[in-house]
Design a protein around this ligand. Structure first.
Ligand code: NAD
Length: 472
């Protein structure tokens, strides 16, 4: 032990204060645990609040206002071209973050959770060393690893001043040209934001299509719209070189054996995220990680060391805040001797593009990969009154059902407010709903949610606002 190290005991030590860690702390404290929460940052909330979900959505809101003002011409409203005050936009984003972070502090304080700011590392099966303003050793009975993830780096850009989502969300400037490497969640969301704010954005994606994890028909609708705002979307394109230029960076891209060099002031690397499972002393707990650096866990979120739990981006599954928060509650409940397990049927996914993409449950892509027989029924938004009143009729809702029963297996959608609509679909999936359950549910009119009802009607063969399929 280093001289001057404080020693304390904790019934539960949680490492990481993001939407996994702080939610676990709240739930565990409410269940009577004495909790110490450790995070190396000065503010709680993790990547999601400080440099992820929340700031990106604040920027997407601003980008949406710019697009809406331009498109208002269609309803007879004309605005002057927007003038961007970057300082005010930053203040707005920082204000949102500060308010939410303060809220988390208050919630934890009220419950008597002790928060320690410092870098934590396991030093034995029941000890953690925390190096911060003070150095302390915590002896714990249970621990939860909720250390999250960080942007994955690419070797070609190792020494270069590229952006990750962290820098991009700080909006240090609006580059005149921006190259985004990676056409996944972040590439598309931030690519569209910077395009709306005035950058000429080119997305370079390695896979044969953008958002390779989503069903292609959903992505296609976004690509069609993005074509108007983005300077380029290159797929099946490999970055083979990157170097500094006087103006910024030059990126050499290879597509079908042909090379081209693109120049830009800034390059944003958005090729995925890497779990923060290294350098935290997992080996001292006897834990190892899988090929993707994730800690294997049971459905109770328990690691192979039974008194240690792990949740969120540090464990297998989609790297989504709401999945981390669900696991957080499970871990807190299980270690408090409550019966709880991750038995969810659906984890909703939302891509906050314009228009939004969302899905829950089985996707068409997964059904194809796993040879699961399905029936797919689509309801186009151009047949929906509320979509017309918003002036946004591109997109659709699709229902994926079992062909022999009317059991709902999955829902996918693309269109305005998909991020909100998917909650109803997720609840339906979680409750094991059949098409009939949705058909007898009265949906408010006029609303976007009617698209879910209408898609169920299409699936049941009784559509009202589109013509029935031939042969019925
Ligand atoms: P991602 O996995 O969504 O997308 C990364 C993309 O980069 C993939 O399409 C991949 O094919 C491509 N790629 C990988 N290596 C490449 C290379 N060398 N050159 C070109 N393309 C390459 O990852 P992300 O966009 O970095 O986001 C990370 C994670 O954060 C997401 O998987 C998601 O879990 C989470 N996230 C979620 C949201 C949301 O919920 N709305 C938003 C942002 C991020």
């Amino acid at each position: 032990m280093v001289m001057g190290t404080l020693r304390e005991e904790a019934e539960l030590a949680i490492v990481g204060g993001g939407p996994g860690g702080y939610v676990a702390a709240i739930r565990a404290a409410d269940l009577g645990r004495e909790v110490v929460l450790i995070d190396e940052r000065t503010r709680l909330g993790g990547v999601c609040l400080l440099e992820g979900c929340i700031p990106s959505k604040a920027l997407i809101h601003a980008a949406g206002l710019i697009d809406a003002a331009r498109e208002a011409k269609a309803v007879g409203l004309e605005f002057a071209p927007p003038k961007l005050d970057l300082g005010v936009l930053r203040q707005f984003v920082h204000g949102v973050i500060a308010t939410m972070a303060k809220g988390i502090d208050g919630l934890l304080q009220k419950r008597g959770v002790e928060v320690i700011h410092g870098r934590a590392r396991f030093t034995g099966p029941r000890t953690l060393l925390v190096e911060g303003e003070h150095q302390s050793t915590i002896e714990f009975r249970n621990a939860i690893v909720a250390t999250g993830s960080r942007p994955t780096r690419i070797p070609l850009a190792e020494e270069l001043p590229v952006w990750t989502s962290t820098e991009a969300l700080g909006i240090p400037e609006i580059p005149s040209r921006l190259i985004v490497v990676g056409g996944g969640y972040i590439g598309l969301e931030l690519g569209q934001v910077y395009a709306a704010l005035g950058s000429k954005v080119t997305i370079v994606e390695f896979a044969p299509r953008l958002l390779p994890g989503a069903d292609p028909d959903l992505v296609e609708v976004v690509v069609r719209r993005a074509k108007q705002g983005l300077a380029g979307m290159l797929v099946e394109s490999k970055v083979v070189g990157m170097e500094r230029t006087a103006a910024g960076l030059a990126v050499t891209v290879e597509h079908e054996g042909q090379r081209q060099t693109l120049e830009a002031e800034r390059v944003l690397i958005a090729v995925g995220r890497t779990p923060n499972t290294d350098a935290i002393g997992l080996e001292t707990l006897g834990l190892s990680v899988d090929a993707q650096k994730r800690i294997p866990v049971t459905d109770e979120c328990r690691t192979s060391a039974p008194h240690v739990f792990a949740i969120g981006d540090a464990v297998p599954g989609p790297m989504l805040a709401h999945k981390a928060s669900r696991e957080a509650k499970i871990a807190a409940e299980v270690l408090s001797q409550h019966k709880s397990a991750f038995d969810n049927r659906a984890i909703p996914a939302v891509v906050y593009t314009d228009p939004e993409i969302a899905w829950a449950g089985l996707t068409e892509r997964e059904a194809l990969e796993r040879s699961v027989p399905i029936k797919v029924s689509r309801f186009p938004l151009r047949a929906l009154g509320r979509a017309w009143t918003l002036g946004r009729t591109e997109g659709f809702v699709k229902m994926i059902t079992a062909p022999d029963t009317s059991l709902l297996l999955g829902v996918g959608m693309v269109g305005p407010q998909a991020s909100e609509l998917i909650a109803e679909a997720t609840l339906a999936l979680e409750m094991g709903a059949t098409l009939e359950d949705i058909l007898v549910t009265i949906h408010p009119h006029p609303s976007m949610s009617e698209a879910i009802l209408e898609a169920a009607e299409v699936a049941a063969g009784s559509p009202v606002h589109i013509n029935p399929a031939k042969g019925r």
